[in-house]
Write a protein that binds this ligand. Structure first.
Ligand code: SF4
Length: 107
């Protein structure tokens, strides 16, 4: 039974991704008149959060900024938000970060 539920969650996440890609592209045809509403896989809260970020960035970010964002996110993860010892005190995002705000600060 667990395997079936897991497969349904995976299907929901993938379906939302496909739909959101489609609606974002469709709405590009007339950005003044069409507004897409993203679908989120509520069975998977982490997947839903990731999908929400993806959907917003897909619409808000100019295409020429995608590569720079990709590279800078990798650099941020390698230099500041390190997996074992994040440098939260010097992090430019610490005022937005729940990890930092809830007192799990590291120098
Ligand atoms: S404040 Fe948040 S985003 Fe910044 S380094 Fe720490 S954990 Fe990472």
């Amino acid at each position: 039974m667990f395997g079936f539920a897991s497969a349904l969650t995976t299907l929901a996440v993938a379906s939302c991704r496909v739909y959101n890609d489609w609606i974002a592209e469709f709405c590009q045809t007339d950005r003044r008149r069409l507004v897409g509403v993203a679908a989120l896989p509520l069975q998977d809260p982490r997947g839903a959060a990731a999908e929400a970020v993806q959907a917003v960035l897909q619409v808000a970010l100019p295409e020429e900024g995608v590569y720079a964002l990709h590279v800078n996110l990798i650099r941020f993860g390698r230099q500041i938000c390190l997996p074992s010892e994040p440098l939260c005190v010097v992090c430019p995002l610490n005022d937005l970060c729940e990890h930092f705000q809830h007192g799990r600060r590291r120098v």
